[in-house]
Design a binder for this molecule. Structure first.
Ligand code: G3P
Length: 453
């Protein structure tokens, strides 16, 4: 069946023996666009075995050689940007220009990771014993960072390429192997990205990409004894994974309800521009989208006026035309978003607390900064937030008070630049990402102690 994209294992493209496939629906045409293999549990077992043995020799491959291969993959990825971007347009309805940006950003991320990795991992520590009471200077302790083993990477549909390489590149530079399970919407873009790593010439089995139904291989992958670390970005599934996974490090980013707090002295044109960019780019389907505006009563009308004028100018249409608002990823997502809007009209206001992942944004008037902070902290999420004011002292005090992994002052929330730390508090996640933190997270400290006579 030549129509079904193959999965990637042992350095080869393979058909699943299950004989089954999974269809990818184009959100714009609502018709099947591509098909991918529905991998079986036995195939997952095989992939885990190869990942384990490939990792052993990869860990012994000199760091500079690992970096060299990553630089090569980054260059190939950029060469393939048009073809990969086309998949992103068809599979997840990402506007055409943003789709290209995602691939270029991913290439840059991979290169940066290679550079950062050789610096971080090229250094260890040397400790002496006589700083601790009761000890003579008779013990020398050498520390270095060693890989964890097999990393399971599960990126979400909204950045199937970028949020895949943000897991793959740190894992590889640190000497780990990778098993990638891409989201179904975005799987072909991810397979194409994996093809770039294949062309770069990584050893067989070091990188695998299995596709298929979550119901068949989802839990099987996340509970697999061969997995030494899970890096997951997505929704509530992450909470379930954290309960089921074994005693392994987890890196998780599970969404947010990013608040935008607007004070009386804010530059309202700047705020409005950032609310549009933060709330509506990629139709709001970003973990870091502005998801609730908390604005001081005295400037609320003026701000809403400006925002409404800009919303009216947003173009709605297909991603091929670079429309501002494109179809959301699935019909169930569209129904969920519509449900929130209807609920808000009936005045129950679930939308004040829930994450729509769509182009809809509630504005809540506040009478004090404390009220804004209270709303923000009452959320079960805590990914990012932003505050708009000209008073830097106030901005920093508000940032300190907000229970969010990152607070942006005078700009919309965003993950990038990709070397910045990126983390959520509460239900928004575990651990910290960003290039440096991910490399460190995907290693363990190993020490050797020399005991002198
Ligand atoms: O939704 C995923 C999250 O990582 C957002 O990234 O670059 O849109 O801020 P970004």
């Amino acid at each position: 069946d030549g129509d079904v994209y193959k999965y990637y294992a042992d350095g080869e493209w393979k058909k699943s023996t299950s004989g089954k496939s999974v269809a990818i629906i184009n959100p714009t045409t609502r018709k099947p666009q591509y098909k991918v293999q529905a991998c079986s549990q036995e195939e997952v077992n095989k992939v885990m075995d190869s990942a384990k043995s490939a990792q052993k020799s990869w860990a012994k491959t000199p760091l500079w050689k690992r970096a060299e291969l990553l630089h090569k993959a980054a260059a190939i990825l950029k060469e393939h940007k048009a073809a990969i971007a086309e998949c992103l347009v068809k599979e997840i309805a990402k506007p055409a220009k943003d789709a290209v940006t995602e691939v270029v950003r991913s290439g840059d991320l991979v290169s940066y990771c290679a550079e950062e990795g050789v610096r971080i991992l090229g250094e260890g520590k040397f400790l002496v014993s006589d700083s601790f009471p009761g000890n003579e200077r008779t013990k020398y302790c050498l520390t270095s960072k060693i890989p964890l083993g097999v990393i399971l990477a599960i990126p979400p549909f909204n950045y199937p390429v970028n949020l895949a390489v943000s897991k793959i590149a740190p894992a590889l530079i640190a000497g780990n192997s990778i098993v990638l399970k891409p989201p179904t919407q975005g799987a072909v873009a991810a397979l194409h990205m994996v093809h770039c790593f294949h062309l770069a010439g990584f050893p067989k089995g070091l990188i695998s990409c299995v596709t298929g139904k979550g119901s068949e291989i989802g839990d099987f992958l996340t509970m697999h004894p061969g997995v030494n670390c899970i890096s997951f970005t997505g929704g509530d599934t992450g909470i379930a994974i954290s309960k089921k996974s074994g005693m392994i490090p987890l890196q998780m980013e599970l969404g947010g309800k990013d608040a935008c707090i607007v004070l009386e002295d804010a530059d309202l044109d700047l705020v409005a521009a950032n609310i549009i960019k933060g709330g509506f780019s990629y139709s709001g389907q970003r973990c870091t989208a502005v998801k609730v505006v908390l604005v001081m009563e005295s400037v609320a009308d003026a701000l809403v006026e400006k925002v409404k004028a800009k919303v009216a100018k947003l173009s709605v249409g297909p991603p091929e035309d670079d429309s501002d608002i494109t179809p959301v990823v699935s019909e169930s997502s569209a129904n969920f978003i519509e449900g929130l809007v209807n609920d808000a009209k009936e005045k129950d206001m679930r939308i004040a607390w829930e994450e729509p992942f769509g182009p809809v944004l509630p504005v809540i008037r506040i009478n004090s900064v404390e009220e804004g902070i209270h709303h923000c902290n009452a959320s079960n999420f805590g990914l990012q937030g932003c505050v708009f004011t000209k008073d830097i002292n106030k901005a920093i005090m508000i940032s300190d008070a907000m229970e969010s992994g990152t607070v942006q002052i005078n700009s919309a929330p965003a993950r990038g630049p990709d070397h910045f730390p990126f983390q959520g508090i509460k239900d928004s996640g575990i651990g910290s990402q960003g290039i440096t933190n991910s490399i460190n997270m995907m290693t363990k400290v190993k020490t050797t102690v020399i005991n002198l006579p």
